[in-house]
Design a protein around this ligand. Structure first.
Ligand code: TXA
Ligand code: MG
Length: 311
C-alpha cells in the first residue's frame, strides 16, 4: 500500500470516509484515526498498531453534538471540566451511549472523549463529519509520535494517509480523567496538570490503584513509551557514561555523545519522545533522563520517563 502524505484536511477526511486509516496531528501527539461507527475500520487500527483488543480508544469529536451522541449522561463535575478544558488536551471518560460500537471501548460501559484544539485537527474532524476513534499514532509499546515523520517511520506502507501538520505543541498525551465516578479520578496524567484540574474541580484525585489492578484504565498495564535504548533516570552527573545520550534541563559538566538541553519543563516534555526516537535511530544503548520535581507538567513527564525506564 502507498501511504498518501497530504497537508489537506479535506483530502485526509475523504480517505477516512472511504475506509482508510488516517494519521492526524493534534496539540498533544499524533493520532491514528478511523470512523468511530465503522467497526471494520476500527478493527484495522488494532491490527496495524499491534494494539491489544482490551485497550480502548479515544473518541475525537469536533463539536458538542457529537459528544452528546456518544454518552448516556454528563454529570456536573464532567460539565465543569468540559467547560474549562474543551477543546484541548483533556480526555474525559463517561458512560457510553448505545450508539458506540463495543470494539471502540473494548467492551467497557464507558467511553473516553476528547475535543482537540489544534485548528488543523478541528478542520479535519469537521470534514469527517463523524467522531473519529484514535489511539496515539505509534506501534504498540513505542514512544508516541510527535511529528508526521515519526508517524511515517512506524506506519509507512501500512496506513492509507498521513495528514501532515507541525510538531505537536505539548508532546505528551492528553490527561485522561474518569468522570463516570465521583469525584473525578485521573487515570493518566498528561498535558493538563492535576493542579489545573483541581482549580476547577478541587476534589479531583489521582488514581491510587496500581496500574495492573485498575480495570478502569486498561491501557496503563501495558508497557509504553519505550525506546530500544535503556532509559536511566539521572539524579546527578557523578558516575555517568558520557558516551551515552542525555536529555534534561540542566547543562551537563561535560558534553554527552548526544544530548538535548531543554530550556524549560514544557520544552523537555515536548522533546522527550522525538529524542527517544532519535537516539534509537543513532543506536545509542543508553539514554539518561534528568529527574524533575513531580508537580505540574513534571508529574506526567516523570510518569512517561519511569515507564520508559521499566524494562
Ligand atoms: O493525547 C492523546 O490522548 C492521544 C491523541 C491522539 O488524542 N491519544 C492517545 O490515545 O494517547 P491512546 O490510545 O494511546 O491512549 C488512550 C488511553 C489508554 O490508556 C486507554 O486505556 C485509556 O486512554 N482509555 C480509553 N478509553 C477508556 C475508557 N473507556 N476507560 C478508561 N480508560 C480509557
Ligand atoms: Mg498510546
Amino acid at each position: 500500500m502507498k501511504t498518501k502524505l497530504t497537508r489537506s484536511p479535506k483530502v485526509a477526511a475523504q480517505i477516512l470516509l472511504k475506509g482508510g486509516i488516517v494519521a492526524f496531528p493534534t496539540e498533544t501527539v499524533y493520532g491514528l484515526g478511523a470512523s468511530l461507527f465503522d467497526e471494520a475500520q476500527v478493527q484495522k487500527i488494532f491490527l496495524v498498531k499491534g494494539r491489544p483488543s482490551d485497550n480502548p480508544l479515544i473518541a475525537h469529536v469536533s463539536n458538542f453534538h457529537e459528544l452528546e451522541l456518544l454518552v448516556r449522561s454528563i454529570p456536573p463535575h464532567a460539565e465543569q471540566l468540559i467547560e474549562a478544558f474543551f477543546p484541548g488536551a483533556l480526555t474525559i471518560v463517561l458512560p457510553k451511549s448505545k450508539y458506540v460500537p463495543a470494539i471502540v471501548t473494548a467492551n467497557l460501559e464507558t467511553i473516553a472523549i476528547r475535543m482537540p484544539s489544534l485548528n488543523l485537527t478541528q478542520t479535519f474532524l469537521k470534514e469527517c463529519g463523524t467522531p473519529v476513534a484514535a489511539p496515539s499514532a505509534n506501534l504498540s509499546g513505542k514512544p508516541s509520535s510527535t511529528s508526521w515523520k515519526a508517524v511515517r517511520e512506524d506506519f509507512d506502507g501500512k496506513i492509507e494517509c498521513i495528514l501532515k501538520g507541525d510538531e505537536s505543541e505539548f508532546g505528551l498525551e492528553s490527561t485522561v480523567v474518569d468522570c463516570s465516578v465521583s469525584p473525578p479520578v485521573v487515570l493518566r496524567t498528561g498535558a493538563i496538570s492535576l493542579e489545573e484540574l483541581q482549580r476547577v474541580v478541587p476534589e479531583t484525585q489521582l488514581s491510587t490503584s496500581p496500574a495492573q489492578h485498575a480495570p478502569k484504565s486498561p491501557g496503563m498495564k501495558y508497557r509504553h513509551y519505550a525506546p530500544e535504548a535503556e532509559v536511566k533516570i539521572l539524579e546527578d552527573f557523578s558516575d555517568v557514561d558520557y558516551k551515552s545520550a542525555y536529555i534534561g534541563i540542566s547543562n551537563p559538566p561535560k558534553p554527552f555523545a548526544h544530548q538535548k538541553v531543554c530550556c524549560s519543563l514544557s520544552d523537555y516534555a515536548r522533546s522527550l519522545y522525538a529524542f527517544f526516537r532519535e537516539c534509537d535511530a543513532h543506536q545509542f544503548k543508553r539514554i539518561y533522563c534528568e529527574r524533575v520535581p513531580e508537580r505540574g507538567l513534571g508529574l506526567a513527564l516523570m510518569d512517561r520517563i519511569r515507564k520508559a525506564a521499566e524494562k
